[in-house]
Design a protein around this ligand. Structure first.
Ligand code: GDP
Ligand code: MG
Ligand code: ZN
Length: 310
């Protein structure tokens, strides 16, 4: 029997079978997925095969190949990763212009890593009810920038519910990762969408939680109209550490668009003559903030290269 892993609490996995049952399952045997040293071999979002036993529980006997997965590297030195979710259809990145301020670097890093994993991203600007006229202006400009690049933007207030219903059609029948810095209103948004979820907000913040627990239990919240939401605290992107510097250009859609006209095919867009990207930047076809994000991600990579022991 096949099903979808919707919850992971330590050694138990809740599997929603294709015929609509919910079966508590454990792992049988030793799953070692190619190249991943993870603390948990199965994650929410995994499609699995289970063998139900007499007690009504089951063993997970195999896992389907993943389209993608999100990992968090563990804090200790074991170099093991923890897989937070697999087979994500899309990500909703919740950002706030203020309270707290989300930097464009944070947004761009998230977008680039999502491009690398081919996960579509929608940007949700929350706390619009708190914005001053100036902040609102700024938000509109940022929205317009990302809309132009090809990322849909929604302006909402999770607190008042304003604009939230426009998100609902996007979520239907999809596995959606809800991401964003601590305090931007993810739990508030979930409570708005799923009043029975009763997620804790603010007082017990994400930052708090990650400090206290070394293991993260993940859960997918079922949407009444079909589909699932995953709220995993502290995700900064999709395994950015795997991105090669040569690939980086292709994860910035706007930069990539101009890069094909660069004189050198291996142009880094930092100093080369005949660089169409820097020309586009000078002509304001590429936003300065996007170029700065690109540079900062490049620098990370170069630093890592030197830190590598071999
Ligand atoms: N004014 C306003 N406050 C909000 C909004 N959404 C969330 N908050 C508040 O922001 C704080 C953090 O929200 P929370 O949902 O816990 O953020 P999370 O860390 O992303 O899950 C809480 O005090 C919320 O009440 C909003 O749309 N407007
Ligand atoms: Mg939260
Ligand atoms: Zn160039």
């Amino acid at each position: 029997m096949k099903g979808l892993v919707i919850k992971n609490t330590g050694s138990w996995y809740t599997v929603k079978t294709d015929d609509g049952r919910t079966v508590e399952s454990k792992i049988k045997g030793n799953f070692r997925l190619k190249g991943i040293r993870s603390t948990n071999p199965v994650a929410v979002g995994d499609r699995v095969e289970i063998a139900v036993n007499q007690e009504g529980t089951a063993f997970i006997t195999s896992i389907d190949e993943r389209r993608n997965y999100i990992v968090r590297k563990s804090q200790n030195l074991s170099k093991q990763s923890h897989i937070l979710a697999a087979n994500v259809d899309q990500a909703v990145l919740v950002v706030t212009v203020n309270y707290p301020q989300t930097s464009t670097i944070f947004i761009d890093r998230f977008l680039a890593s999502a491009e690398a994993y081919r996960v579509p991203v929608v940007l949700v600007f929350n706390k619009t009810d708190r914005l001053s006229p100036d902040e609102r202006h700024y938000q509109q400009a940022v929205c317009q920038l990302y809309d132009t690049i090809g990322y849909a933007c929604y302006e909402i207030s999770a607190a008042t519910g304003q604009g939230v219903d426009r998100l609902m059609p996007l979520l239907k029948d999809k596995i959606t990762l809800l991401s964003g810095n601590s305090g931007v209103g993810k739990s508030t948004l979930i409570n708005q969408i799923l009043p029975h979820a009763n997620l804790k907000t603010a007082e017990i913040s994400d930052a708090h939680n990650t400090g206290m627990h070394t293991t993260t239990f993940s859960e997918m919240l079922a949407l009444p109209e079909g589909g699932y939401l995953i709220d995993t605290p502290g995700i900064k992107g999709f395994g950015t550490f795997d991105i090669e510097p040569e690939e980086l250009t292709s994860y910035f859609r706007d930069i990539f668009h101009f890069a094909r006209d660069c004189k050198f095919s291996n142009c880094t867009h930092t100093h080369e003559p005949g660089c169409a990207v820097r020309q586009a930047l000078a002509d304001h076809y590429i936003a300065e903030s996007r170029y700065q994000s690109y540079l900062s991600m490049r620098n990370d990579k170069e630093e890592n290269k030197y830190r590598e022991p071999y």
